[in-house]
Write a protein of this length. Structure first.
Length: 116
């Protein structure tokens, strides 16, 4: 493994991933969700994902957290001119991307816009 400033790059990457997972857990908790970071996420097959959101004490959603220095530039560029970004590969389901503030507004409304 290559060194960077005396630390192994793998160790730096794991630390960055851990910080991202903790941030996601804190954000979800601030939004009112019962969220818990998965211990040793990525190193265990026991529990999938990085964070789990519980509902009534039972796992409801698995959250995968990804942080990249420059890996999502295209998504950010698209979101500069839109509030919601829908993306889909052929024969795959839609993925919806939005900034955190947009999500907060949607959750605050507690409803999606009505048709017509």
């Amino acid at each position: 493994m290559a060194e960077k400033g005396g630390l192994f790059v793998g160790k730096l990457s794991r630390r960055k991933g851990y910080r991202g997972e903790k941030e996601a857990e804190e954000i979800l908790r601030e939004l009112g969700f019962d969220a818990k970071r998965v211990p040793l996420s990525g190193a265990s097959e026991f529990q999938k994902g990085d964070v789990v959101v519980f509902e009534k004490g039972h796992p409801q959603w698995v959250v995968e957290v990804k942080r990249r220095a420059r890996g999502f530039e295209t998504l950010y560029r698209f979101l500069e001119r839109a509030d919601l970004l829908f993306v889909r590969a052929d024969r795959k389901d839609w993925i919806v991307c939005m900034e955190l503030e947009t999500l907060k507004k949607l959750l605050k409304r507690n409803t999606l816009p009505k048709e017509g």
